[in-house]
Design a binder for this molecule. Structure first.
Ligand code: ATP
Ligand code: ZN
Length: 215
């Protein structure tokens, strides 16, 4: 486990959360250096160290206490079903999970998905939506390139991340149902020591100040 002293913060190594996560700490006056290929870095002016990880691993590391805090998309957090505290919504990396079907297929409403197969990397979030809406559809879990599934005959529909919709369009799909809204969140381990809670409070105070200044 992690020694008393530095609060350990897990952020995405490279991807759609990385730049804004790093910028957030910089704006909070917390220096962090990202060396090429480095997985860990200590701040020179705040009791914090950073771990650079794949986003999918962040909820588990925070639940286990390997990291005290982390920044991750709500989509990945909810899908992970890990037990952590959401300390703060961060307002960046906004996207949604939507169901999309081939452009030429008719769609009157969610009931049209009954009996269909849906390819997704988010089986838990999709499963929840389907059961809440009494839709009996088959979920095909695939880990990437979900949007080609209908054109290769793997599934009738997809459930995937959408931000602008251009990836769907270029794969001959149309968005028919939004099922989940997501943005980046700061998550925290459930059992932080008082020392680390105090560091978290300091960070939250600064994040709030940064967010107010941006309003
Ligand atoms: P990793 O290599 O760390 O596993 P990844 O390829 O799974 O990365 P990214 O594509 O970098 O993930 O996306 C990270 C998160 O950013 C997503 O889980 C989602 O919350 C958000 N996101 C995804 N696509 C977009 C988008 N087009 N616009 C804004 N935010 C997005
Ligand atoms: Zn990922």
């Amino acid at each position: 486990m992690n020694k008393e002293g530095n609060i350990r913060i897990a952020i995405q190594k490279s991807g759609r959360l990385s730049e804004d996560s790093i910028a957030l700490f910089k704006e909070c006056g917390i220096k962090l250096e990202m060396g090429k290929g480095r997985l860990k870095s200590e701040s020179s002016n705040f009791q914090a160290e950073f771990l650079f990880l794949r986003d999918d691993d962040i909820p588990g590391y925070v639940e286990d206490g390997v990291a005290d805090l982390g920044i991750v998309g709500e989509n990945v957090l909810v899908e992970s079903e890990k037990d952590v505290i959401v300390s703060k919504k961060l307002g960046f990396s906004k996207c949604r999970l939507s169901i999309a079907i081939p452009r030429e297929d008719p769609f009157e409403g969610p009931a049209d998905l009954d009996g269909k197969s849906i390819a997704t990397s988010y089986p838990k979030i999709l499963g929840q939506y389907l059961s809440e809406n009494n839709i009996e559809a088959q979920i095909h879990e695939i880990s990437g390139s979900v949007e080609i599934a209908p054109s290769i005959g793997l599934a009738d529909a997809v459930c995937d991340i959408v931000s602008s919709g251009s990836t769907l369009l270029s794969n001959g799909l149309k968005e028919v149902q939004k099922i989940f809204k997501s943005e980046a969140v700061l998550i925290a381990n459930n059992n932080l020591s008082d020392h680390k809670k105090a560091l978290l409070d300091k960070i939250l105070f600064r994040i709030n100040a940064v967010q107010k200044a941006q309003d």
